[in-house]
Design a protein around this ligand. Structure first.
Ligand code: AMP
Ligand code: MG
Length: 338
């Protein structure tokens, strides 16, 4: 089925810039980045006021998030040892929790995404996450923090940046439900039934694909959470629900109007033996995760958290047609650029 939505209509979509000065020379880019700057400040204000400690994230490490959906990692030669650029700092967030009970990063990630993602309007090879983790929290605590944070950040933009929203042709009315904190929620099982009913085949055991995500997003007027993904669809650190074997205590946050996934989060696995089993089940070699498993043996605290893609969040708030428009120095998968 063909999807048409505000986010993908793209009639007046600008062309991908050939150099940073061309991109930054556009008034719409500058307005988008001014809004993004306000979003970052609002994120820090909101989380700091709730006792979150900001830490600067690692850029490299001996291991990183194994990732999903076919993206490749970038190796770094660290004095003769193979290190990786961070695809996600999730393991370091867990490692920080014995010291700080509520943390966040504004974390850069590098993922060599498959070439076909260059045209999804949603993928960059370099992007940032607002990465949040809360000790002793459950999945629904993380959902509540994500909802309040997104609502607070959007409210700050609507309040403080009307001129830039107008310049970008983004009607602040689109955010009425977000500002009111009214988000929807469906399970992965319900999302699967919805998509199959709409003629888009969705495997009940798998992650929702990009087209499926866009279909669900396009028919919603407000952001919504998809919860309880099946076990095989996610990484080893999403915790299985002890009361519902085969179901993970996790979530995605989907933006309305066709903008698609904004965030992923979960309750985290922390038990050493379960982590080793889950690594094996997901095709990961536990031997690569030495420091992390040593830490797990000593005891990682229970936690829940999430990561919001900053450029995707910015694209949604500013109503741009592609995520690269929300990056000052965009790197599109497979496109060699500055
Ligand atoms: P993930 O751990 O893959 O769910 O990534 C966390 C969040 O980062 C996602 O919900 C997206 O908002 C964002 N994200 C993931 N991959 C990309 C990408 N290639 N380009 C831009 N944003 C991304
Ligand atoms: Mg995700």
């Amino acid at each position: 089925m063909t999807v048409t939505s505000a986010a993908t209509a793209g009639a007046s979509a600008p062309s991908f810039p050939s150099s940073p000065d061309q991109h930054l020379g556009r008034e719409a880019t500058r307005a988008t980045l001014r809004v993004q700057s306000r979003m970052l400040a609002a994120t820090r204000e909101h989380l700091a006021a709730r006792g979150f400690q900001e830490l600067l994230p690692p850029l490299i490490g001996p291991v990183t998030d194994p990732g999903t959906r076919g993206s490749k990692q970038v190796d770094v030669d660290f004095y003769g040892h193979k290190y990786k650029l961070m695809t996600s700092a999730i393991l370091y967030k867990q490692a920080s929790l014995p010291a700080f009970d509520k943390i966040f990063y504004i974390a850069p990630n590098v993922r060599l995404e498959p070439l076909e993602t260059a045209v999804t309007h949603r993928h960059l090879a370099e992007f940032h996450q607002i990465d949040v983790e809360i000790r002793d929290a459950r999945r629904d605590d993380a959902v509540a923090v994500a909802e309040e944070l997104v609502s607070a950040v959007v409210s700050a933009v609507v309040r403080d940046m009307p001129a830039d929203l107008e310049l970008l042709g983004r009607d602040a009315d689109a955010f009425r439900e977000v500002v009111a904190g009214s988000f929807g929620r469906i399970s992965h099982r319900e999302a699967t039934a919805d998509l199959n009913g709409l003629g888009h085949p969705q495997d009940p055991a798998a992650e929702i694909d990009w087209e499926g995500e866009e279909i669900l997003s396009a028919k919603s007027s407000r952001p919504f959470f998809v919860v309880d993904y099946p076990k095989g669809s996610r990484g080893f650190y999403d915790r299985e629900d002890p009361a519902a074997p085969g179901i993970l205590s996790n979530f995605d946050l989907i933006a309305p109007e066709g903008y698609g996934e904004l965030a992923s989060g979960s309750e985290r696995e922390y038990d050493y033996a379960t982590l080793v089993t889950r690594m094996r089940e997901t095709g990961e070699n536990p031997a690569k995760y030495g420091w992390y498993l040593d830490l797990a043996r000593r005891g990682i605290p229970a936690s829940a958290g999430f990561g919001i893609g900053l450029e995707r969040f910015t694209r949604y708030v500013t109503g741009r047609s592609a995520v690269w428009e929300a990056s000052a120095y965009p790197k599109l998968p497979g496109v060699v650029s500055a």
